[in-house]
Every structure is written in C-alpha cells, then in structure tokens.
Design a protein around this ligand. Structure first.
Ligand code: ZN
Ligand code: ZN
Length: 418
C-alpha cells in the first residue's frame, strides 16, 4: 500500500539496528560476561533498546542504563535553590568508578540539544559543570586513561535535530539528522562492521607513517594562520581503534576521522584562526584568532562570544595551552556534509583541529605507565578543560618539521600530501 512520508518513522529502523550492532561489535567489542554501563537521553530510547539486544546477544553480563532528560535538566536551573549548583551526585560517580575498576564497559549516547542551557544563568551553568567535573573525575580518569573499553555514539534527538535543521518540521529534521549520523557512522552500507575494519586500517596507515617520522613540530599555514605546533617528547599518534588496558580493542568515537597526538605545552608559537564556529556550553564562539608565545596564548579575539572565550582561557594555567593536535582531511565525509552539528563528536571530524587544555596520556609512547609528572616533563598539558576547535580547511598546508629543520609535506590544500 502506498504511504506518505508522515506515515514512516523518521528514523530508519534497519540503520538504527546496524548502529546498535556497530556500537557493541566495533565501538566496544563487548566481551562475553562483561557488564555494560550506558547513559543516554530519553529521546534515544529506541537506540538504547537495540543496543541492549545486541549487548545481550554478545554475552553481556548486565546492562545498566541511566537516562537523562532535557526537561529535568531545565527544572533544576529554573527552580533549584542557589546552593544546588555546587552539588553533584558524587556517590553515583564513585559507583561508576567501582564498576569500571571491575571491568564494566562504558557506552554514552549523545542526542540532546547542545544549546539547551543557552538561555540559563551562565554562572550557574559553569558552577554546576565544575561540580560535575570534580565529582566525575575518579570515573572519568578510568575512561580517558583507557582502563576499559568505551564508546560514544549519537542519536538524533528532536531538539538537536531542529537546531541543525531549523527550517524543517521536527519529523523532517529528525529524519535528516538521522541520515547524517548514519552516513558519518558508516552504517549506511550493508556490512558496517567490515566498513569499519577498512576505515580503521586506513587510519592506522596514517598513524604508522607519522609515528615513523617522529616530527619535532607541525607547521600550519593558511589564511590567518601561521602556527608552529611543537610535538611532545615521545608523543604517539593515535586514530581509529585503540586497545584499552583490559586488552579489548575498542573504537571510542563513532564517527571518527581524525589522527591525533599531544603537542608540547611549551613549544607552540605563532597565530591561528578558527575555520568553524565553536559551540561551547550554549554559546557560539566564532572567528577565533589567537597568538601563542612559548606554548601559551597571549592574545585572543573572537567576532562572537569573545567574553566566553576569555573566561574559558582563565579556567586554569593549562587552559591557555594545547593538549591535542589532530589531522582530518578536508574531504572527510563529515566535512562534505557541510553541516554544523554543534557537537564535537561530529564537528571535530570535519577539519584539522587543536584542543585547549588536558592532553591524553594515551598519546605518548608507553603512555599507560607514565606518571602525571613524567607526562608533564615530556610536554603534556594539564587542565580541567579539553575544548577542540577547528583550524583546518581546503586552504591549509602543513609541513612536518624534523629536529634538524628538514621539512616534509604532510597536508597540501587540506588533503594528505601523499
Ligand atoms: Zn580530536
Ligand atoms: Zn579533543
């Protein structure tokens, strides 16, 4: 029987099931008997349910889910007493840390409106986020330190979809965002697990080449940009799949297009301009232009959101220094989509980027066994924040610079030079 578009669920159930399968088999490689802790917005329930099915089919011990809701979040901002904004559910994060210490895998589904808190009191938002960061620390360390296999995937929540496609009806926007997520997550092919194996191999070829070169620095040039990013001593390039300390190889981010490593916190100099707006806690920061001296941002401007940017840079000393540099070709599928997702999981995979703040210990040779002091001595940065922003485009050239000054083309006009 013929049917109109409005009779069809805007999210394709076949591709949704494939995304769930990819999250379990590629994102986590969940092992028989392993428990899974899952967080998701209520809007993502259709995906949560398919993930639970694939998790149990893979032999999961127990799947535990924690749901969040935009209305519940707003209820706090609009009704809670002032003291509430310095509170966080520490007991919950301690429980998470215990679960991870017991080899529980971690999966996060993103799907809420990234601008949800845009109209709320900025001071309350920042206090609540700080209280949350401090309480989350013991659990987050086990994730960023790769003690366990973990993964993030996305679901097209209606308020997020309307932000990306403001001119469409809600159903149409959800349908379009779903298609964009499915394409970027490589589940629009018949065998997504095989597609991911191929993609991981291609990323691994790039990291192997970069690790073989052992560049002392990368030199970025382009409109508004002449930036030398010194790389940390014993840095290691990462990309695609990663083997966690529990021995399980996972793909932490789905989608992912980047290869990335640790810059030297004290060896960055020159100036750089952003090539895409940065969406940060409800504020859009656009046309960022900063200047570095000896690794530290000494001058920062933005055409929009400059006050927020300056506040971010004053978070702590490490907030003015780099913790990540990442290479993404201009022809990446997410860049080609031409969409601004307002979400780092997607937007950082559209262009080369740098991140202010905390570095990844994983991006050092033998990183898992280094102490915080050793990481700092090799140039790794430390901060409460980690904020990625895009500096790549089709006009950016990058040279790799060896310690003796010899230069090797890495990117030309936004693409890999070879
Ligand atoms: Zn990145
Ligand atoms: Zn990052």
């Amino acid at each position: 029987m013929p049917t109109t578009r409005s009779d069809i669920a805007p999210v394709d159930p076949v591709k949704l099931d494939r995304l769930a399968e990819v999250a379990i088999k590629v994102g986590l490689q969940l092992q028989p008997g392993q428990d899974l802790f899952l967080t998701a917005p209520v809007a993502a329930l259709p995906l949560v349910r398919r993930i639970a099915v694939h998790a149990y089919k893979a032999g999961a011990g127990l799947v535990t889910t924690q749901l969040s809701d935009e209305e519940l979040t707003l209820a706090r901002y609009r009704n809670a007493a002032d003291a509430s904004f310095d509170r966080a559910a520490g007991w919950l994060f301690e429980g998470m840390a215990k679960a991870f210490a017991n080899n529980t895998a971690r999966l996060a589904i993103v799907g809420d409106n990234p601008m949800l808190l845009a109209g709320e009191d900025a001071a309350k938002v920042s206090r609540a986020s700080k209280a949350q960061s401090v309480a989350y620390q013991p659990a987050l360390e086990k994730i960023t330190g790769f003690d366990i296999n973990w993964n993030i995937v996305a679901y097209p929540g209606p308020s997020w979809a309307k932000l990306v496609f403001p001119d469409d009806t809600e159903d149409a926007a959800v349908g379009k965002l779903a298609d964009a997520i499915f394409a970027a997550s490589r589940v629009d092919t018949a065998d997504p697990v095989a597609a991911w194996a191929k993609h991981n191999a291609a990323l691994q070829k790039r990291t192997a080449w970069l690790n073989g070169q052992r560049f002392a620095a990368l030199h970025f040039t382009g409109p508004g940009t002449d930036l030398t990013v010194g790389l940390a001593d014993n840095h290691e390039w990462q990309g695609g799949s990663s083997t966690a300390k529990n021995g399980i190889t996972c793909n932490p981010n789905i989608p992912t297009e980047e290869v990335f490593t640790t810059p030297h916190a004290r060896r960055v100099s020159g100036h750089v301009s952003s090539t895409k707006p940065l969406s940060y806690q409800g504020t859009l920061i656009d046309n960022i232009a900063v200047r570095f001296e000896e690794g530290r941002i000494v001058d920062a401007k933005a055409s929009r959101g400059e006050q927020v940017l300056k506040k971010v840079l004053d978070t702590d000393d490490g907030a003015r220094r780099l913790g990540e540099v990442a290479l993404v070709p201009h022809s990446s599928p997410i860049s080609k989509s031409g969409l601004l997702f307002f979400n780092t999981l997607f937007d950082e995979n559209a262009a080369c980027h740098i991140a202010l703040g905390q570095c990844y210990s994983k991006c050092f040779l033998d990183g898992g066994s280094l102490t915080a002091e050793q990481i700092a001595a090799q140039g790794g940065n430390k901060s409460f924040i980690h904020i990625d922003w895009m500096i790549g485009s089709g006009k950016i050239d990058i040279d790799g610079v060896h310690a003796d000054g010899r230069r090797v083309p890495v990117f030309r006009k936004g693409e890999w030079a070879s």
